[in-house]
Design a protein around this ligand. Structure first.
Ligand code: PEP
Length: 260
């Protein structure tokens, strides 16, 4: 048993405008509240596009909803001539708690390497945000290097070289499982999670080793419980299925499928 509170995180990617965001958050929170969801026992967070964040924040605040808010990316810079980028200072002002960093779509489509990811982790901590650092191997890397090598190396790189350390979450997302319908087995997720935790503990100490490690990749309400049953995986990062309030609420209520 661990003291780590499971985290269910919904990455909406580039979906839903601010009006649609309001509707989805309302439906999600009403569904969870109707089911007496205990947000202190299972934390739930949504990651809408930047343009939705102000509306989401206003709604969550006004309705006293208990879900957390996060952004999908952060600039490594604080302010200045960086057209199109969004500062962590702005995200903090919108009551964002989390920020996704190094999602495979950003690594692949925006050439984000380990150095960029590391700088963004520093920016998140500087502005009081909790980075959710996404790591994972491609199919080719899986075949040539095995399952844990790349996610462990990406984790160490993201966390190395910082003068001060803050809270963080690691999301293990095999690239071949994102949006494909191909899912890692619970055993695979558990093995990689263990390898990441061992590496974090060795490099950054026992306290950091108690950070939450999530699994992501084609998670649905009907397969989530398998990942979380062993207690090695501390939550899930959900893409497609987080766009459906009932499905995402079902994922958040994974404990009803686990016989404790
Ligand atoms: C993701 O984008 O982080 C993700 C895991 O997507 P999906 O759940 O759709 O595979």
């Amino acid at each position: 048993m661990t003291n780590r509170i499971p985290l269910i995180a919904g990455n909406w990617k580039m979906n839903l405008d601010h009006m649609q965001a309001i509707a989805l958050i309302q439906k999600l929170c009403w569904t969870l509240n109707d089911a007496d969801h205990d947000y202190r026992a299972v934390e739930v967070a949504v990651f809408p596009p930047f343009t939705d964040l102000r509306s989401a924040q206003t709604l969550i605040d006004a309705e006293k909803f208990e879900i957390a808010l996060g952004a999908q990316d952060i600039s490594r810079h604080d302010s200045g001539a960086f057209t199109g980028e969004v500062s962590g200072a702005f995200l903090a002002k919108l009551a964002c708690k989390f920020v996704l960093i190094g999602h495979s779509e950003r690594r692949q489509c925006h050439s984000e390497n380990n150095e960029v990811v590391q700088a963004k982790v520093a920016a998140a901590w500087k502005h009081g945000l909790v980075p959710i650092i996404c790591v994972g191997e491609t199919l080719e890397e899986l075949e040539t290097q095995g399952q844990s090598a790349v996610p462990v190396a990406q984790t160490i790189a993201a966390l190395s070289g910082h003068e001060t350390f803050g809270e963080f979450v690691i999301a293990y997302e095999p690239v071949w499982a994102i949006g494909t319908g191909k899912v890692a087995t619970p055993q695979e997720a558990e093995d990689v999670s263990k390898a990441i935790r061992k590496a974090i503990t060795e490099h950054f100490g026992a306290e950091s080793g108690q950070s939450r490690i999530l699994y992501g990749g084609s998670v649905k309400a009907n397969n989530v419980a398998g990942f979380l049953a062993s207690g090695e995986v501390d939550g899930v990062l959900v893409g497609g299925a987080s766009l459906d309030a009932e499905e995402f609420a079902g994922i958040s209520r994974f404990q009803k499928h686990i016989v404790l």
